[in-house]
Design a protein around this ligand. Structure first.
Ligand code: HEC
Length: 269
């Protein structure tokens, strides 16, 4: 019995079925498609398909030969196989072949699939891209948070000024420091942080000096507590705070109502 599906069609069929299975059952993880084992399966499949193509060909040739041989003797097989539509008026004879079975099958499958998709989209979250996007987005945010937590914390040796820390630093400053240093850093209970006068100066660079005092607090005045050493604020956040203070000290407009200078005038670089 001759197969109803030409080999080329079989090839596409099998390939898309495999991809479909990967997609549906492995959560769309296309990693497996490139897996060495999968590639071996493709190659085996290809060999089988090529072989069956040749076998098909041999059988078809035999059949055609058989039909031709019997054409004159008995027209039965020939006429039953091939129907013709006679246009009559223009003299053209049109072959009225049946649509191939594989073609009809694909057509039916597309209809079934589209109804499945349509209703699942309406009533479930299956294959709902917006829902999948939301989940992916959430997971991504979670991963970023985890990464931030695990990221090595800044310390006195690694701290550096970075423009992109300024906004976060400002937020942290308003939450933790503004009560004593004022929102614009002009000073209140604590000293003005925007001038060149420093009570505490242990480090050579401004950014390190700021980091040091936030980490260790002031030895002379316990009101300025050791935010880093006590674990109250993590190293990366102190780096952000330091960048913000560095920014308002070096580059920003000076505050409206600055506290008068305290400490020594230091020309930090
Ligand atoms: C409870 C009040 C208070 C809070 C809250 C506070 N500070 Fe201070 N801060 C002070 C005082 C008081 C000093 C002066 C310490 C001294 O005399 O040695 C100071 C000093 C400093 C200095 C050094 C200034 C200098 O001239 O030596 C920096 C930098 C600083 N604080 C940053 C911060 C940051 C950043 C925060 C928030 C994480 C913060 N402070 C929170 C009261 C506070």
């Amino acid at each position: 019995m001759l197969s109803k599906h030409p080999s080329l069609i079989k090839m596409f069929y099998s390939f898309f079925i495999i991809i479909f299975i990967f997609y549906v059952f492995l959560d769309g993880d296309f990693y497996y498609i490139k897996h060495p084992l999968s590639i071996i399966i493709y190659i085996l499949l290809l060999i089988i398909i090529i072989l069956s193509y040749y076998i098909d060909n041999i059988i078809i040739n035999e059949k055609i030969y058989f039909i031709n041989k019997n054409k004159n003797k008995n027209n039965f097989i020939y006429s039953k196989k091939i129907k013709k539509i006679d246009h009559g008026f223009d003299g053209i004879l049109e072959l009225d072949n049946k649509i191939p079975k594989w073609w009809k099958q694909i057509f039916i499958i597309t209809i079934v699939m589209s109804t499945l998709y349509f209703f699942s989209f309406l009533f479930t979250n299956f294959a709902n891209q917006q829902f999948e996007y939301k989940i992916a987005y959430k997971n991504q945010l979670k991963k970023i948070k985890e990464y931030e937590k695990k990221k090595p914390q800044a310390n006195l040796d690694t701290v550096k000024f970075d423009k992109k820390f300024i906004n976060d630093g400002k937020k942290l400053f308003n939450e933790n420091c503004a009560t004593c240093h004022n929102v614009d850093g002009g000073g209140n209970i604590g000293p003005n942080l925007t001038d060149d006068y420093w009570i505490n100066h242990t480090e050579k660079t401004l950014i390190k000096n700021i980091f040091y005092i936030i980490w260790n607090g002031s030895k002379n005045n316990k009101v300025m507590r050791a935010f880093g050493a006590s674990g109250e604020i993590k190293g990366n956040d102190i780096e952000k705070l330091s960048s913000y203070i560095y920014f308002i000290n070096k580059k920003n407009k000076k505050p409206n109502n600055p506290k008068s200078p305290e400490g020594d005038k230091i020309n930090f670089y």
